[in-house]
Design a protein around this ligand. Structure first.
Ligand SMILES: [Zn+2]
Length: 259
């Protein structure tokens, strides 16, 4: 397999890369590992000292669990692999707390974290609105976990397509009959423009209309990946951690088979 870094979008931190000389199994294994086996921090338990808001404790706790937290993978170990055997210690958990009095909108940035490296990704995420006389106070515990445990730990979204290629025939008879079925953006003087389809990435829109006009084929050995992180980790960290997890899984398998 060969990997080619393509680009990173500045505005949304998405990473694009191309996987070459691969097959669907390899591409899908990489996609699944990045989405479900890369750990991130998320709030797991919440202890309320007070909550007179309109939302029940359970609903507020659920909302808190879904807030993406910036994650320091080097500083923490997953609870189930920690030396404390799941009891919770400084190596596997971090405490966050919040105290607010209405009237106000309680936002994620109001959460105080004991570790400055672990904090809400989007400070303006609303948690609950407090009216005059209402207040809320809690201590929450965040842990490092994987999306196989709960979807809230997923570090982002990853998808791929096979590399498309386009042959344009623009057969006049076929065009007469089917030209209205193509999106106007890809037409040039009543014909399908190869450049426009490629520039606008509209392969799916021209595929399957009429092969005599435009024929799309996909290369089953080349995969265009897009990694869309939700902010806990950078796309690079998602990718590199997924490879580490894969290495570990293969080593474990080798041990099992050998034994
Ligand atoms: Zn621990």
């Amino acid at each position: 397999m060969k990997l080619e870094f393509v680009k990173k979008d500045k505005e949304n931190d998405c990473m694009h890369f191309t996987l070459k000389e691969a097959n669907p199994n390899m591409a899908n294994a990489l996609r699944r590992l990045m989405m479900s086996s890369v750990p991130t921090m998320a709030i797991e338990t919440v202890e309320f000292a007070n909550n007179t808001s309109v939302l029940y404790d359970e609903i507020v706790a659920h909302r808190l669990g879904l807030i993406p937290l910036t994650t320091d993978l080097k500083g923490y170990t997953p609870v189930d692999e920690c030396t404390c055997e799941g009891a919770g210690c400084n190596k596997c958990t971090v405490q966050l707390s919040l105290q607010a009095k209405g009237p106000c909108m309680v936002l994620a940035k109001d959460i105080k974290s004991k570790d400055p490296k672990i904090k809400p990704v989007e400070g303006d995420t609303p948690i609950v609105e407090l009216l005059k006389g209402q207040d809320i106070q809690f201590v929450a515990t965040a842990i490092l976990g994987c999306a196989t445990r709960h979807a809230k730990f997923a570090p982002g979204f990853v998808w791929f397509t096979q590399q498309p290629s386009l042959e344009v025939g623009n057969d006049p008879e076929a065009l007469e009959e089917h030209k209205d079925k193509f999106p106007p953006q890809v037409m040039d003087n009543g014909k399908v423009s190869k450049k426009k389809v490629e520039d606008l990435d509209l392969y799916d829109a021209v595929d399957g209309v009429d092969d005599k006009i435009a024929k799309v084929s996909y290369d089953p050995t080349t995969y265009l990946f897009r990694v869309e992180p939700w902010g806990q980790l950078s796309p690079k960290d998602m990718f590199l951690t997924a490879l580490e997890v894969l290495d570990k899984k293969l080593a474990d398998l080798e041990k099992e088979v050998g034994a």
